[in-house]
Design a protein around this ligand. Structure first.
Ligand code: PMP
Length: 422
């Protein structure tokens, strides 16, 4: 596999980018073969800087819902680009988009738009505190809500005061949630939850309806706000709020990633019980009102309402999960596949230091399929049954190649440093 352009870029990047790359998009935590740089994308495929093509099961870590460069969305974006993007104030699309989301998301009575998921989750916390006049916010331990000091998983640059009023409970564990609520006393502002437990490196958990309902009851009893972080899972599980199927409506929800199919926009949605608090906080950013992503969002949301994108990804996800299990078994491997099929986490049983998963990822990459060894993946609506056939053929060969390599596999050095030797 040619890697010369990627290697040259990495060498240049080391001089002008801290560590050559930052965040979880750095290949520092991925198998050695994984490319750092990508040059283009189309539909379900991405091309690295050397021109190698991959069927992409990461979908840009979520933003590609319909497939890269979906022509319907791009046409809407182009039409708005011809008129203007970042202006002195919002375009009329601000109101159109807010009306659209208020219509589609049951609990939403209003919207504030921003750029990244972290903007939306951070604002959700501020609105809950402004509305209640209280400080304590409960979070599920290990859940990712963004890269700000209050929520980054990496402690560098964070001081304890940044998290002074945060408390942690265990996702799906009603007892631990009740305990954390009791300890917050009369200072509870909010409880945060993800639509399902989609933490990195571990098996995913669907929400226990009893946990979701109890979170709602506890908030109601305490006069606190329930916040659902839809940034990753929003519109991938439902055409509206992910917990509507459980009969639970949050007060606030944070959205991002996919609702403009890759165009940069996120949103905080809330109900009327938080409208005053939302009106009190200072909400702005130089690019928060840019109109092109709003045009892309309105078209993406139309496609979400009018097509079978969701059922299609579930159909493909079921085929992928079942086919992979069968292929793994034929080669003597057992997989731990968890999470919704359209957002799958694929780990190996008996692979505590991830050496097997990492090597399988490399073998898939060599065969033109980009999978992730520890983060949940995403299917997009541009994928076809033929793409799943292609991926399953690659998987069959990758398991065979893995078997041959198994005796000589070593754990990834950065993971050993992170988790210690197993
Ligand atoms: N919340 C969740 C659940 C996320 O998955 C992410 C991004 N991975 C964020 C918040 C933060 O979003 P962003 O990276 O756009 O700031």
């Amino acid at each position: 596999m040619n890697r010369s352009a990627d290697e040259a870029l990495r060498a240049r990047a080391l001089k002008v980018i801290p560590n050559g790359m930052y965040g979880h998009e750095s290949t520092r935590l991925l198998p050695a073969l994984y490319p750092q740089f990508f040059s283009k994308a189309e539909g379900a495929y991405i091309w690295d800087a050397d021109g190698n093509r991959y069927l992409d099961f990461m979908c840009a870590y979520g933003p590609s819902l319909l497939g890269y460069r979906d022509e319907r969305v791009e046409a809407a974006a182009r039409a708005q680009t011809a008129l203007g993007d970042t202006l002195t104030g919002p375009s009329p699309l601000l109101v159109d988009l807010a009306e659209t989301l208020v219509e589609m998301v049951d609990h939403a009575d209003w919207a504030i738009f921003c750029k990244n998921g972290t903007d939306a989750t951070t604002m959700a916390m501020s609105v809950a505190r402004a509305q209640t006049g209280r400080k304590v916010v409960l979070l599920a331990a290990g859940a990712y809500h963004g890269a700000a000091p209050w929520c980054t998983p990496i402690p560098a640059g964070v001081v304890p005061e940044d998290r002074a009023h945060l408390r942690y409970y265990t996702y799906n564990d009603v007892e631990s949630l009740e305990k954390a609520v009791t300890e917050a006393g009369d200072d509870l502002a909010a409880i945060f939850a993800s639509p399902f437990k989609h933490d990195a490196f571990i098996d995913q958990e669907l929400p226990d309806p009893a946990y979701a309902r109890r979170a709602r009851e506890l908030c109601d009893a305490a006069g606190a706000k329930l916040i659902v972080d839809e940034v990753r899972a929003g519109f991938r599980l439902a055409r509206g709020s992910s917990w509507t199927s459980l009969g639970v409506q949050p007060d606030l929800s944070a959205w991002g990633k996919c609702f403009a199919n890759g165009h940069p926009i996120s949103a905080l949605l809330g109900n009327d019980s938080c409208r005053d608090g939302a009106g009190q906080i200072y909400a702005t950013g130089s690019f928060w009102l840019s109109a092109v992503p709003m045009a892309a969002a309105i078209e993406t949301l139309r496609i979400i309402r009018e097509t079978d994108y969701l059922e299609h990804t579930v159909h493909l996800g079921n085929r992928w999960r079942e086919g992979l299990d069968a292929a793994a078994a034929r080669h003597g491997y057992a997989l731990r596949q968890s999470g919704p099929v359209q957002m799958p986490q694929i780990l190996f049983a008996e692979d505590p230091d991830f050496r097997t998963g990492y090597a399988w990822g490399e073998e898939m990459l060599k065969r033109g399929v980009y999978v992730h060894p520890w983060h949940n993946m995403f299917l997009c609506a541009a994928m076809t049954d033929a793409d799943i056939d292609f991926a399953l053929e690659a998987a069959e060969a990758a398991f065979a190649a893995l078997k041959a390599r198994q005796p000589s596999l070593e754990p990834h050095p950065v993971l050993v440093a992170m988790f210690g030797a197993h």
